[in-house]
Design a protein around this ligand. Structure first.
Ligand code: R5P
Length: 309
């Protein structure tokens, strides 16, 4: 087995390699003045079971090209099987044609990854699980729910309600509620056009006098979490913790979180967080153990469903 990393998140790749007691494969990405890049694999991969770790992070487009080039380079170097390990999937929110004349870009990403040479994909908490169906190759979707719930259970959770930040998150929030044995509520969130200002419109469930765990798959500008938080406080919530797998934390996100009444924001390291964004309220949980176990299972042909128990 060989593991390589693109430029997106070498720290996660190294952590995964440490857990698996193997060295990170040697590769290099060269950036030319004309903005072209070149990827070079520096060790023999002929006949190997190879994994490329590359979540979607800023700069997003360059990261996608780098991943595709690595897959292509490995395919043409005669790797026996190539798994694209994409902890945060690119363009996952563009998964449907909900406006005229737009691209279903998540589907396009699937086509590109497959065409570039991936035989399998390993990912985590897709924006919509149906994205797995965009591929004709096997896709294993890992979940951060165990890691996040274990952390939440470290505190007293008796007076909490689990809240889905929007209807799309309801199924996942239901899984959290079952696991934590908590009641649940759902915010009915609306967006107008393509703006980044979601508007919570209705609350299904009761949060009066309760503390809330607000669950979402990702925090991007933090508009969803912060508008949801205000809405929940208006409905009588007394305290709030947000739990989201992917910490994109772009634009005004950090300032919004810092100035909010959120007592904690629990995220994972599917995406690296720049040091200047690491404020006290943010707790980062590592997904390296679960990715390491999954890679070992894939390599040895074992079931990975036991990782979800
Ligand atoms: C959207 O449906 C997603 O589940 C998240 O709610 C969204 O990506 C969060 O974005 P933002 O933090 O910019 O509101």
């Amino acid at each position: 087995m060989k593991i390589f990393t693109g430029s997106a998140h070498p720290a996660l790749a190294k952590e995964i390699c440490t857990n698996l007691s193997i060295d990170l494969g040697k590769s290099e990405t060269i950036r030319f003045s004309n903005e072209n890049i070149m990827v070079k694999i520096h060790e023999n991969v002929r006949g190997e079971d190879v994994y490329v770790i590359q979540p979607s992070v800023s700069p997003v487009s360059e990261g996608i090209i780098e991943l595709l080039m690595m897959l292509d380079a490995l395919k043409h170097s005669s790797a026996q099987r190539i798994t694209a390990v994409i902890p945060y999937f690119p363009y996952a929110r563009s998964d449907k044609k909900d406006q005229p004349r737009i691209s279903i870009t998540a589907r396009l990403m699937a086509d590109l990854i497959e065409t570039a040479g991936a035989d399998r994909v390993l990912t985590m908490d897709l924006h919509a699980p149906q994205i797995q169906g965009f591929f004709r190759i096997p896709v294993d979707q890992l979940r951060a729910i165990n890691i996040i719930c274990d952390h939440l259970k470290n505190g007293d959770i008796s007076n909490y309600v689990l809240v889905a930040s929007d209807a799309g998150e309801a199924k996942d929030a239901g899984r959290f509620a079952n696991r934590l044995h908590l009641p649940m509520a759902i915010i009915d969130k609306r967006r107008h056009g393509n703006d980044e200002r979601p508007i919570p419109t209705n609350l299904i469930g009761d949060v009066k006098g309760k503390k809330v765990f607000l669950v979402d798959d990702e925090i991007s500008t933090a508009g969803t979490i912060i508008s949801g938080l205000k809405f929940l406080f208006d409905h009588g919530a007394t305290d709030a913790v947000a739990a989201c797998t992917h910490p994109i934390l772009c634009g005004p996100a950090i300032q919004r979180i810092a100035e909010s009444k959120l007592s904690e924001v629990v995220v994972t390291n599917t995406i690296p967080i720049a040091p200047e964004k690491m404020i006290d309220k943010i707790t980062v949980l590592s997904v390296a153990p679960v990715f390491s176990k999954a890679i070992k299972c894939v390599h040895e042909g074992e079931s990975i469903s036991s990782l979800f128990d």
